[in-house]
Design a protein around this ligand. Structure first.
Ligand code: 16G
Length: 255
């Protein structure tokens, strides 16, 4: 464990050398397997420093955002989140988007089931307040890193049974013959509150993108209303802008 030992006799305080040694180890991928730091006692023995010194070093690294304490679970290395550029003109699903980028998509379900729609959902989906919707709220992760919170509502008539919805909502809609073919999306900048910040693993008050998507099936009926909160440090939505043909400079025009 020689490489984990802090270099004594440096001009900086010992806890700073311990912090620097830990950072070097993290950068070399030492804890990459689980991202979990060994326990305080084990680590202080490995580094041959007191637990008090170790605690001070860890506190600095937590403040710098290198490490993160997870209540009851331990101290983890904060993995730098994947950065994704998402074209605004393509109607794809989260699972497909991540797969295309070589990232593994996963979800943590927050709410799932059949409900009567909220007034907002009934209006956005253009359905009666008495028509049941399937609601699916999930934390979406890419390679285990939280990227977005998505709260989707789909009129039940587009799904044979809610149980058929597995990892991908669009795959289930596709299987039922109701894959969205068009969507209208509204993006807004917001600051995340405490609950969303905890789910997304970012500090409260961080900027995020609030996205509302209404998607349509081929015959024009509304199949999905989804409100999403995307971490703005991991997602760039990129739009291509073109001049309409009649406004383009005439072909062959010379300077
Ligand atoms: C995307 C959509 C979301 C849709 C989800 C389906 C945005 C902003 N949102 O994340 O509306 O419900 O894909 O993904 O792009 P899934 O098929 O992986 O469940």
């Amino acid at each position: 464990m020689a490489e984990l030992r802090a270099i004594r006799g440096e001009r900086q305080p010992l806890f700073a050398s311990v912090g620097a040694a830990l950072k070097r180890e993290i950068a070399s991928g030492r804890f990459a397997q689980s991202e979990l730091l060994p326990g305080e006692r084990e680590l202080s023995q490995m580094m041959e420093v007191s637990r008090t010194t170790l605690r001070r070093a860890i506190a600095v690294l937590v403040e710098e955002g290198v490490l993160v304490h997870r209540h009851g679970a331990g101290t983890f290395v904060r993995r730098s989140p994947p950065h994704v550029e998402q074209p605004l003109s393509r109607l794809t699903s989260f699972t497909e988007d991540m797969r295309l980028r070589g990232l593994a998509a996963s979800s943590r379900v927050i709410e799932r089931g059949a409900f009567l729609p909220t007034p907002d959902e009934s209006m956005m989906l253009d359905i009666a307040l008495s028509e049941t919707v399937f609601r699916l709220s999930r934390l979406r992760l890419a390679d285990g890193v939280p990227m977005a919170i998505e709260r989707a509502a789909v009129p039940m008539r587009f799904l044979d049974s809610p149980e058929q919805v597995g990892d991908s909502l669009y795959a289930a809609l596709d299987a039922a013959g109701f894959r969205p073919v068009r969507a209208v999306q509204r993006l807004r900048a917001v600051l995340v509150g405490a609950a969303e910040a905890a789910l997304l693993d970012i500090p409260e008050g961080s900027p995020a993108l609030d996205i509302h998507r209404v998607a349509y099936v081929a015959d024009g009926r509304r199949v999905e209303f989804t409100r999403s909160t995307y971490r703005s440090d991991t997602y760039d939505f990129v739009a291509e802008l073109t001049l309409p043909p009649n406004a383009r400079p005439r072909e062959g025009a010379q300077r």
